[in-house]
Design a protein around this ligand. Structure first.
Ligand code: ZN
Length: 274
């Protein structure tokens, strides 16, 4: 396989498919802006069959050389969010097989999947079933797993432990404290920190970020959600991953370039890019 080089910041989790973008915005413009802000790569995350297909289509526009799709490289995930768990994972398997045949390397993970007991938009038994099936899909396809968990730590750990966690595992938008961080690290997970680390009331998330070894720490925007300070409340964009990263660097007392490099390397390792 050809070696992949990516420089600058790496947004390990964003949603820049059409249905997520603010009115009048488009993905290529978001990627051009990200590139100009020093972002070399993003992972565009699927939350249902349609947005997973959208993520694959975007990745398909930049699979070979940097410079395509606005200079910032894009990889995709295929997943079913716990909110949509009732829809079932059947279409995901089909998407994974199609992408593996047509765009090898474009899909790097299954997810985001997991449990959201804060909103409970899907019944919990459906959430648990969809999560379990996606753990199995990730293993079956040799892909990373991207996990969303909210107010459901115990069931999340129970399910991952009973299935056996996939070798490459990302806890996206990490919102636990140091104790949850320790448990995640223990099962081999990478912790991905979002703009929440810039929010005033997120002291325990910052403590978790301080406790996370650099080689397991990822940076994400979760755009269009969770815009970092000083843009809080606006639609988020991959370009702002730099603000999240700089805030983490300041917190950890490390130079931003060093954190950009370590988090980029960690992202490329966990997603097996390059
Ligand atoms: Zn997300």
């Amino acid at each position: 396989m050809q070696e992949t080089t990516v420089s600058g910041w790496f947004d390990s989790h964003c949603h820049i498919q059409d249905q997520y973008l603010p009115e009048g915005a488009d993905a290529v413009a978001a990627l051009v802006e990200a590139h100009e802000s020093g972002v070399g790569g993003v992972v565009c995350v699927g939350t249902d069959a349609a947005s997973s297909a959208g993520a694959i289509a975007l990745a398909g526009r930049s699979p070979s050389e940097p410079g395509a799709a606005g200079g910032c490289r894009v990889w995709a995930t295929v997943g079913l969010h716990p909110h949509q768990a009732v829809e079932g994972v059947a279409p995901l398997a089909e998407l994974l097989e199609g992408a593996a045949a047509e765009l090898p390397g474009a899909v790097v993970a299954v997810g985001e999947c997991g449990l959201d007991y804060h909103y409970d938009h899907s019944p919990r038994d459906a959430q648990l079933r969809a999560f379990r099936e996606q753990v199995r899909l990730a293993k079956q396809h040799g892909l990373a797993l991207v996990v969303h968990t909210r107010e459901a730590w115990d069931d999340t750990f129970d399910l991952l432990e009973s299935e056996g966690p996939p070798e490459r595992l990302v806890m996206h938008c990490f919102t636990g404290g140091p104790e949850e961080a320790r448990r995640c690290l223990q099962i081999g997970a990478y912790l991905s920190f979002s703009g929440i680390v810039t929010f005033r009331n997120a002291e325990d998330v910052r403590e978790a970020a301080l406790a996370c070894p650099a080689e397991r720490l990822l940076v994400e925007t979760d755009a269009p959600f969770l815009a970092p300070v000083p843009h809080r409340g606006k639609p988020n964009r991959p370009a702002w991953v730099r603000l999240v990263g700089e805030s983490l660097a300041a917190l950890r007392g490390s130079p931003p370039e060093e954190l950009a490099a370590s988090s980029r390397a960690a992202a490329m390792r966990v997603f097996a890019i390059g």
